[in-house]
Design a protein around this ligand. Sequence first.
Ligand SMILES: Cc1cc2nc3c(=O)[nH]c(=O)nc-3n(C[C@H](O)[C@H](O)[C@H](O)COP(=O)(O)OP(=O)(O)OC[C@H]3O[C@@H](n4cnc5c(N)ncnc54)[C@H](O)[C@@H]3O)c2cc1C
Length: 372
Amino acid sequence: MKSTDVIIVGGGVIGSLIAYYLHDYGIRSTIVERDGIGSQASGGAAGLFNPIMPSGTPEFFTEFAIESHKLHSRLAESLISETGVDYHYGPISVVRLAFSDNEIQEQINEYKRLESLSLNPRLLNGTDLFNYSEWLSPDVKSLLITDYEAQVEPYQLMIALAQSLEKRSCRLMTGDVIKILTNNTGSNGIKLKNGNVLYADRVVLANGPWINSFSTYIGSNLPIKPIRGQILKLRTPIKLPPYWISYGKGYIAPKLAGHVIAGTTEEDVGFFRETTEEASLSIMNSVLKISPVMHDATLLEATACLRPVSSKDNLPFLGTIPHIPNLYIAAGHGKKGILLSAATGKYMAQLIATGTADWDLAPYSIQRLNSP
Ligand SMILES: Cc1cc2nc3c(=O)[nH]c(=O)nc-3n(C[C@H](O)[C@H](O)[C@H](O)COP(=O)(O)OP(=O)(O)OC[C@H]3O[C@@H](n4cnc5c(N)ncnc54)[C@H](O)[C@@H]3O)c2cc1C
């Protein structure tokens, strides 16, 4: 007997936002999560919404990120007032640093690219840097600044989502899904490790880097792997300016909640989520290069979590599983899953509810694996 309309495997930001938007179509969903809602990368991420993709990114993907950025701004208005959970959504400028002549040239090229995208970047050097001298390394030669980004506290966002989902009659269930059930019409349920089964009209696989535990149903092993990222939570002696300051993989970001975060690493170490001293030291080295003020910072916490990285083309996998009707996938959002979650949720919900989505999801189909 059917117990819900749609089962969503995985209670990260992707699964939660699919459930959130499914409610707009009057569809009841059950999220089955084996750990806790937002307990993996979705709750432990840095929380930057930066839709400016690296050069070479397909235009359609940048447009998807921009759409998601806009949706998040609307979502924050309704979600925060509906639940009373302030997840500190707010704009933040991103400041990129250059120390060498080569890096200055790269910044000039990037400035031109961002200008051609009408993003109004600013390039500062020489005496312009004086205003930043209280905290910026004296070795910095130029700054490239954009004012297009926003940020959130990801764990608080997940709490707001969980509260809103409960009000929307979405069931949040603890369970480790080990099997997708099928009948002659396609997928119709799941089986849990404890032997329980749950039936539904449709099943969505939104379990991040663990997606390949369902490769038998998907038809092949997807090129998605866990890439560990570590972050330090710090208290700084002076209040840092409201900028997300980045250099290479290193960044320092003052959060609206009052602390500062510093990151990060990209480690191909399988499903190990432990923090390491080596990573903390490497992050602190990057941070000290950015700002000598960080010498006197106090470490509050170190965390590690796993990005679901799509190693073939950096694009997530969104859509149907063609050979099993009523089975869907939404996984592989890499370094920008918090940002991409709103558009993923909205258009996946529309696809599930109506059979088509207003946004073209074809480039994210698993069928692209068949093309060279
Ligand atoms: C250090 C770091 C910093 C980041 N910073 C940013 C950022 O600033 N901006 C941004 O946009 N993105 C950022 N990201 C990326 C972002 O966190 C991820 O892309 C996003 O959280 C992926 O969401 P998800 O729901 O697909 O996966 P997850 O959050 O991993 O959720 C998947 C869930 O599925 C559950 N699950 C797995 N298998 C099963 C099963 N068999 N049965 C039941 N449940 C199961 C897991 O327990 C998990 O909770 C960052 C990531 C890291 C690691």
